[in-house]
Write a protein that binds this ligand. Structure first.
Ligand code: CA2
Length: 148
């Protein structure tokens, strides 16, 4: 029997505000609803989701380092740190598991500064612009990469 796969879901700064402000950009689904939806989907593939959100770069890096070899895959929306953080990128690059980067909004349809991601080239792939569904699609891609 195959063992349970552990997937860490990381949400970056301000994503705790989801569903409360700027619905025209980020939609009306809350972070709790997204996490619940991911947990449900994971269950069907005998995978287990642990979610972590922080507004602090160092806390996100600490959580990723702690996960180390205890996870099989990582799904991350780095928020604005996508465009600024070499430190977050280095923490991700040090992980030996597949990473999928997701964004609610289409970062290529917005301000020019959002077009560059420090994370994309250490990720398996990127899903951007499908609202809360970006997370589901990202999890689907991650599970597929893990072949479950
Ligand atoms: O589209 C995405 O998922 C982003 O990662 C969201 C970041 C933004 O800086 C990236 O360029 C794209 C911002 C997250 C802010 O989330 C909020 C949610 C609700 C209300 C206010 C902010």
């Amino acid at each position: 029997m195959s063992r349970t796969l552990r997937i860490l879901v990381v949400h970056g700064p301000n994503l705790n505000l989801l569903g409360t402000r700027e619905p025209e950009i980020y939609g009306t689904t809350t972070l709790e609803e997204i996490d619940a939806m991911l947990r449900e989907r994971a269950k069907a593939s005998r995978a287990e989701i642990e979610s972590f959100q922080s507004n602090h770069e160092g806390a996100l890096i600490d959580r990723i380092q702690q996960a180390g070899s205890r996870i099989e895959g990582l799904l991350i929306n780095p928020g604005a740190l996508t465009h600024t953080s070499v430190a977050l990128r280095d923490a991700l690059a040090a992980l030996a598991v597949p990473i999928v980067e997701v964004h609610l909004s289409n970062i290529h349809r917005r301000e020019a500064f959002r077009r560059h991601s420090y994370v994309s080239d250490v990720a398996l792939g990127v899903i951007t612009g499908f609202g809360a569904q970006s997370y589901s699609l990202g999890l689907e891609a991650l599970l597929d990469a893990l072949r479950v």
